[in-house]
Design a protein. Sequence first.
Length: 98
Amino acid sequence: SKVESFTHGKVYDIIVSKEFLHPEDRVLLIDDFLANGSALQGLINLVQDAGATPGGVRGICVEKAFQPGGDLIRGMGVRVESLARIKAMSVEGGVEFC
């Protein structure tokens, strides 16, 4: 699957060997930052292409709730749990949490 890194502005290939992912598997996805949701979409597609089931996204460290990624992934029917959700951030106002 191909994913675009919001942070780096690059497209990366992500690969999991078929010997490690089976149709009976439920896969828990973990990511550091959730912005536009591209990386998680790519991971979900990779899991589903293998016939496995995404078990949810329960390890987002920081979700940028002012960007569309969280809503996009939740709209796919995937449960998302974030340690911190940022509502807004700016140089003048600092960080506002949800």
